[in-house]
Write a protein that binds this ligand. Structure first.
Ligand code: FAD
Length: 466
């Protein structure tokens, strides 16, 4: 009844209620996690709504407020913590029809939330020779709005840091879920209220992002017989201010030979590898740097044939969460963690403790000016209890874990309430219609994060959800 009344208020805004389509759109890449897979497999919305303009988003949100219908925003659905899954049913708000680049100038671009990042770059490169500073490895699919609401950093973060840093996002336009939805323009510190809030406190309809000079980045694969030698090299590359790179990541053997199928002809069994994206101007210096570190240059795209280049995915599609995806295709029992190793000694220590149970994958990133070992290690999963032990081993050894096996904002991140996000939700979504179940501070303000227990969302119980 509620949904039909909601639907009746939408006029000619496109909707889809075909159960298969609705179920497909109710999913993201939550299945990366065996823990989330077990918890979220059954959730589905009742309808998908696909507005084409800011006004139509306002109409949908007003109707949701009026009829008490839960709204879960969705870009391309590539998030992997179940962020875009409708825990209370209701409507999926598909933003992918709002995909226009609105404005380009020398150092910035403004686009609608559903614009795919690769498409944005195609236009900025042609217009001003610029590109987004960094993007997730899902560049060819993911929307800019979904990246801002659900992602953190990616290819380019070795130079430019992450979305959380001031200056990484210049402006956002969001629409609130109220009787009369408002369009708010957020700038400066206010941006942090909705960035990485999973769409729980406003729908992003436009984003303004800074640009960097664009290059024809050259993919390189460098082999090392020893993972720690690969790590020292990667740290060295990322620390060299004069070596212009967009991606530096390391993969312990046997990850490359086991999972990088199409690159296999270039790989040597038993080697760990470093993947690089290098600006043409830095190639000569990079080859010297590789020699200095006794690296084994296995592949460079600038000397490969046209045919080879066409056959191979770009190296960024081996990197970031694509590594896990490739591993999962070969071995469905694999999962992963998100970690941070304060020093190379921490990294070596954890590898010593966990060995091949945790095949190591590191993304070199820059955080507050420091070159950092950001880990996306694979995990040879045996049980949830053992996964928790592996997390505890990291934490008791001074390494951070950002748990990707949790669907709430707090448990996946800093394990505490983000007061700015909560305060903004009170104004922008007073009835709690936006992506329910994802912000513990809203649902259960007294939850004790220090008790070490996972939060249970009532609505997730299939009996309640039915
Ligand atoms: P969705 O998955 O559709 O949405 C993400 C979150 O944002 C959800 O909570 C959704 O409800 C919310 N949302 C979507 N649109 C809006 C909007 N307009 N307004 C408000 N809320 C909204 N992440 C990284 O940070 N870096 C990586 O390198 C990276 N690599 C990945 C590789 C693979 C293979 C996969 C599967 C995932 C990867 N991710 C990565 C996670 C994910 O791809 C990124 O976060 C991506 O940017 C999400 O974009 P999307 O359009 O798919 O968003």
């Amino acid at each position: 009844m509620t949904i039909s009344a909601f639907r009746a208020d939408l006029g000619d805004i496109p909707v889809d209620d075909h159960p298969r389509i609705v179920q497909q759109r109710s999913r993201d890449h939550y299945w990366y996690s065996p823990v989330l897979k077990a918890k979220l497999d059954h959730v589905t919305a009742e309808i998908v709504v696909s507005p084409r303009s800011n006004d139509e988003v306002g109409t949908v949100l007003a109707a949701a407020y009026r009829h008490g219908v839960a709204i879960t925003p969705r870009g391309a659905g590539t998030g992997n913590y179940g962020q875009a899954m409708p825990l209370l049913g209701g409507a999926m708000l598909n933003l992918m029809n709002m995909d226009k680049v609105l404005e380009i100038s020398k150092d910035r671009v403004r686009a609608q939330a559903g614009a795919v990042m690769e498409k944005i770059d195609e236009q900025t490169k042609a217009c001003v020779g610029g590109e987004l500073r960094f993007h997730p490895s899902t560049y060819r699919m993911a929307s800019i709005g979904g990246f801002i609401a659900g992602g953190s950093g990616g290819v380019g973060s070795v130079r430019w840091g992450g979305l959380r840093n001031l200056g990484s996002i210049l402006g956002l336009k969001v629409i609130t879920c109220e009787a009369e939805p408002r369009e708010l323009d957020l700038e400066g510190e206010d941006i942090l209220k909705v960035a990485h809030a999973y769409g729980t406190n406003g729908i992003i309809v436009e984003a303004e992002m800074p640009l960097a000079a664009s290059y024809d980045w050259v993919d390189m694969v460098v082999g090392f017989d020893d993972f720690m030698a690969a790590s020292r090299f990667a740290h060295g590359v990322a620390s060299q201010d004069s070596l212009l790179v967009k991606e530096v990541s390391t993969y312990a053997a046997p990850i490359p030979e086991s999972y990088f199928n199409r690159h296999k002809p270039y790989l040597k069994d038993g080697q760990s590898v470093v993947l690089l994206m290098v600006a043409p101007v830095a190639l000569a210096a990079m080859t010297l740097f590789i020699e200095h570190h006794q690296g084994d240059l296995r592949y460079r795209a600038d000397t490969a044939s046209e045919d080879e280049r066409k056959r191979l995915p770009p190296v960024y599609e081996l990197a970031w969460n694509h590594t896990t995806l490739r591993a999962l295709k070969v071995d469905p029992t694999i999962t992963y963690l998100q970690t941070r190793y304060p020093t190379i000694e921490h990294l070596e220590h954890i590898i010593g403790l966990l060995g091949d149970e945790l095949p190591m994958h590191i993304e070199m990133t820059r955080q507050d000016g420091l070159v950092t070992f950001s880990g996306l290690p694979l995990v040879r999963y045996t049980s949830e209890a053992r996964l928790e032990e592996i997390i505890a081993i990291h934490e008791s050894n001074g390494c951070n874990v950002f748990n990707p096996h949790r669907f709430t904002l707090e448990e996946g991140g800093m394990k505490r309430t983000d007061q700015k996000q909560l305060d903004f939700k009170r104004q922008a979504d007073p009835k709690g219609m936006l992506n329910p179940g994802k912000m513990i501070a809203w649902e259960n303000p007294d939850f004790d994060f220090s008790a070490g227990k996972a939060w249970l969302f009532d609505g997730l119980n299939p009996v309640n959800a039915a």
